[in-house]
Design a protein around this ligand. Structure first.
Ligand code: GTP
Ligand code: K
Ligand code: MG
Length: 456
């Protein structure tokens, strides 16, 4: 029997032990599994309390079972669900009993969703949204994933694809009509108008993205600066725990230390780095090299300076090349935020902050909430109006660009020859078909579903 026709099963809830565990079974044998373990098929789509027994008649667990005959099920196939006590031995016994039934096997990662996709229960963008929803850590990630799962991008793409096909039908009808190759203007004008509108809509969606697809991975903020200015102290303040060693010795931090933060729903990775200075110590040299590299790749650098050496940027301007400190806060072009630490040491003298510089005391916590607010503001700008963002992955963006490029080219080619224009329209429709997973090659699907959880 082909693996695709086998009945699959998996633990679909979290890692045992847990109060309750859910084991799902999908495929033509799901009903046979239920009958074997409970004695009979329960009424569809209703929770039923049943004692599960193995083949020898020995009880496995007291459980709740559900029966979803296909095609009205999550995967489109017959599905059985066992809600059991989430102990390891209970699960081992249940899984053993299920695998004794003919043509059943353990599911691969993402295989339930893949079957749902293959049975037309969701398109590829919705499947991606489902995966993102399962992996969402912050509220904004959750909302974005849910929009995707609800098909906001998929529905737009389906609509675009249909309209492209209509436009190309107009052009192709014209090609058939005309023996000299000149398509009548009454057919071409509406087609051109439709293509232009489609091109504008797709371009608009692409332009509204900002860094919305980065919401899945988060934004990277690097704390950098000379040694001993309190970078690790600030890191610990932001993380609200002792993640980095703080000491009065310059050169304490050598490795790059990372923490994941949820700032008002935005996923942010903060990294603490080695103090940047010239040094003979080869270990510290490596730390400095890593610090520079990570700061250069960060989305935002918090450049920390010491209260004793305010804004002495001539001495230390070690963020090389493209991310040289600008000295002012501009939320659109900002990559470096200047922060002056240890203002508690200069209290009373008046804080002579450089323009655009923020004063804090990392050890006492002064100014830290204000700094966090600035980070949230930066994140909001960085991720863009993500509530309106439809594109959450590079795959989706690339295919939309392809579609938009093809539409653009077809407009240019209309004058030269309708066949060429029609060819570009086919390419645009094909790109959207791939976006939806309607046309694609097996290995692309494999690559996407492999990253899913087992049991999903
Ligand atoms: N007075 C005062 N001292 C601080 C403040 N922040 C940090 N310190 C002290 O400054 C010293 C250095 O702090 P760290 O956090 O280790 O500094 P760092 O920049 O990570 O140092 P390196 O990793 O060695 O580059 C420690 O003794 C801290 O207690 C502050 O706001 N005020
Ligand atoms: K230190
Ligand atoms: Mg440090």
């Amino acid at each position: 029997m082909h693996p695709r026709d086998q009945t699959i099963f998996a633990l679909s809830s979290g890692r045992p032990p847990s109060a309750i565990a859910v084991v799902r079974v999908s495929g033509s044998q799901a009903g046979a599994v239920l009958t074997a373990l409970t004695g009979q098929l329960p009424a569809p789509r209703q929770a039923n309390r049943r004692l599960l027994r193995d083949a020898a008649g020995q009880p496995i667990d007291d459980s709740v079972v559900l029966w979803f005959p296909g095609p009205a099920s999550a995967t489109g196939e017959d599905v059985a669900e066992f809600h059991v006590h989430g102990g390891r031995a209970v699960l081992a016994a249940l899984i053993a009993a299920i695998s004794k039934i003919q043509n059943t096997r353990a599911a691969e990662a993402g295989e339930f969703t893949r079957r749902a996709f293959e049975n037309g229960k969701l398109d590829l963008t919705e499947a991606e949204g489902l995966d993102d929803l399962i992996h969402a850590d912050t509220d904004r990630q959750r909302r974005q994933a849910l929009r995707q799962l609800q098909g906001l991008l998929g529905n737009r793409a389906r609509d675009w694809r249909e309209r492209i096909i209509e436009a190309s039908a107009l052009i192709e009808a014209g090609i058939d009509f005309s023996d000299e190759g000149d398509v009548p203007a009454e057919l071409m004008a509406p087609a051109v108008k439709a293509i232009r509108a489609l091109h504008d809509e797709i371009t608009e969606v692409l332009a509204a993205q900002g860094h919305a697809e980065r919401l899945r991975d988060g934004m990277v903020v690097a704390i950098a600066g000379p040694p001993n200015v309190g970078k690790s102290t600030l890191m610990n303040q932001l993380a609200r725990r002792e993640v980095a060693i703080v000491s009065p010795h310059a050169g304490t931090t050598r490795d790059v230390i990372e923490v994941q933060l949820d700032l008002d729903g935005y996923p942010v990775t903060v990294i603490d780095t080695a103090g940047i200075r010239e040094t003979e110590d080869p270990v510290e040299q490596e730390g400095v090299r890593r610090a520079r590299a990570r700061a250069e790749d960060a989305d935002l650098v918090l450049w920390l300076e010491d209260g004793d050496h305010p804004a002495d940027r001539s001495k230390a301007s070690p963020i090389p090349t493209r991310k040289r400190p600008s000295g002012e806060i501009d939320f659109r072009g900002l990559t470096v935020l200047h922060v002056r630490n240890k203002i508690d040491l200069v209290a009373g003298e008046g804080t002579d902050l450089a323009e655009g510089q923020i004063g804090i005391s990392a050890s006492r916590g002064f100014g830290v909430p204000e700094l966090v607010n600035l980070l949230v503001g930066f994140a909001a700008t960085f991720f863009g109006e993500s509530e309106g963002a439809l594109v959450t992955r590079a795959r989706q963006r690339e295919l939309l660009y392809r579609a938009s490029d093809s539409l653009h080219r077809s407009l240019e080619l209309v004058e030269e020859g309708e066949e060429l224009a029609a060819e570009e329209l086919r390419a645009a429709a094909y790109a959207l078909g791939r976006l939806l997973g309607r046309v694609d090659v097996e290995d692309v699907l494999g690559a996407i579903f492999q990253k899913f959880c087992i049991g999903k």
